[in-house]
Design a protein around this ligand. Sequence first.
Ligand code: MG
Ligand code: MG
Length: 264
Amino acid sequence: MSVFLKTEDEIELMRQASRLVSKTLGELAKHIKPGVTTLQLDRIAEEFIKDNHAVPVFKGFPNPFGESFPASICTSVNDIVVHGIPDGKTILRDGDIISIDCGVFLNGFNGDSCYTFSVGEVSEDIRNLLVATKKSLYLGIEKAVAGNNLGDIGNAVQNYCERHGYGVVRELTGHGIGRKMHEDPQIFNYGKSGSGMLLKSGMCLAIEPMITMGLRNICLMPDRWTIRTLDGRPAAHFEHTVSVRKGKAEILSSFEGLERLEVN
Ligand code: MG
Ligand code: MG
């Protein structure tokens, strides 16, 4: 297990990378509406990231089969939990949701964040799922303080989501983040409080609950990237990059800019 603690200077670079991810999601928020294809969103994101002198790290990222992800963002619509591949055939429709996961490499460090957007008017059930998933992310982040254990984060996410009748995906996790997109430790979205690694100041973590409206089970599509819910019901995914500190974690990414454009 290799957990890299970051200095304040390194955290500043992480902050810059994370802010650029947030700005990219904010840029995309302006374009999310019925009729837009996920490929159009990918093009916008890629151009925006490159214009800001950064690298869209998801492009070329390998899966366990040694294949490279072909796009700059993951666009996961409705029952796709994660790793949806942007394409010209997926046209957003009124009532859809789309999780856009974005990662950039800037000045030697990575930032990673995901937001599930509503397309037009969504049903109340779906709105509740989005609100609960986002809430669970912030409850997890509240536990990401020095002196707590890793299991406190997962426990907070799981408790809240399951109490509200939602499924917590178990096969996918958050992760440490820094010079590499995925560093140790893995961050489960379930677990026992007081269990697991002791959290220390300087750890940078990508916390990312993936929550389903129905059963928590998932399946991998033949493209070997796209992960859907097994029961075909919708899933939501919110993610922040944070740095662990004493007393309160610092959230390095931000939803502020894009939430101004969201109807809640
Ligand atoms: Mg991500
Ligand atoms: Mg991540």
